[in-house]
Design a protein around this ligand. Structure first.
Ligand code: CA
Length: 235
């Protein structure tokens, strides 16, 4: 899942960026409002969540939010603000913020708010995705293999492997292009080599095979990949 973080305070931005990455989110971090708008204008469809600081150079968080909503985007937005005056909260919510957090806040609280936004988000359903005997839990960010006795065996995945699998499982039986995967999983300004997606798919397949889940990810040569899901399987 990809998050746009807009925060101009370097220390706080760095701390949030690091926390989100530890939680297996992909993060684009913009430090001023105009830069954030460039991300949003070109690729708001790619984001699952956004975090806007209120006071920013360039465009304020409120202006960003207003611009976003005039494009009819339903992207869930959490506002960060040092202001706790009631009229500011109301202005933010009126402009289409989904929630707000008053600074200073703890990272655990930030993560809890983001999880709550994901649950409400129309773009993110359901909490668990099952394909074959593989169960991916979007809340706890874990992947389990269900064995015959009904027990779950957790498959240890790196952040990128998890994100890749999550994206594929959310688009079962669809061809997803290599570029789309790259846009979804790597930061916009990441210095990625050309076959980084293929390399990541190879690593993921190896782990799935080791857990006894082979042949789930099909290569569509020259185009991308497809997650196989049989008829009648639950999702
Ligand atoms: Ca600020």
């Amino acid at each position: 899942m990809r998050v746009l973080l807009v925060e101009d305070e370097p220390d706080l931005g760095k701390a949030i960026d690091r926390t989100l990455k530890q939680e297996k989110y992909t993060v684009d971090w913009a430090q001023d409002g105009r830069e954030a708008w460039e991300y949003l204008e070109s690729q708001w469809m790619e984001y699952t969540l956004a975090i806007f600081d209120w006071l920013l150079p360039g465009l304020s968080g409120l202006e960003l939010l207003q611009r976003l909503r005039t494009k009819n985007s339903t992207l869930p937005v959490l506002m960060l603000t040092a202001k706790d005056r009631m009229e500011d909260k109301v202005a933010g919510l009126d402009a289409g913020a989904d929630d707000y957090l008053v600074k200073p806040f703890g990272m655990a609280e930030l993560l809890a708010r983001l999880r709550a936004l994901q649950r409400r988000s129309p773009q993110i359903q359901p909490q668990q995705i099952q394909i074959g005997n593989l169960i991916l839990d979007c809340g706890s960010r874990t992947v389990n293999k269900l064995d015959r006795s009904g027990k779950n065996q957790t498959i240890p995945l790196t952040n990128k492997e998890f994100q890749l699998l999550e994206y594929l499982m959310k688009h079962p039986n669809q061809i997803v292009t290599t570029d789309r995967i790259r846009n979804q999983i790597w930061e916009a300004n990441a210095d990625t080599f050309s076959n980084v997606v293929a390399a990541q798919v190879r690593l993921l397949r190896r782990k799935l095979e080791a857990a006894g889940c082979a042949n789930l990810i099909e290569t569509v040569h020259g185009v991308g990949y497809r997650m196989r899901k049989g008829e009648g399987e639950n999702i």
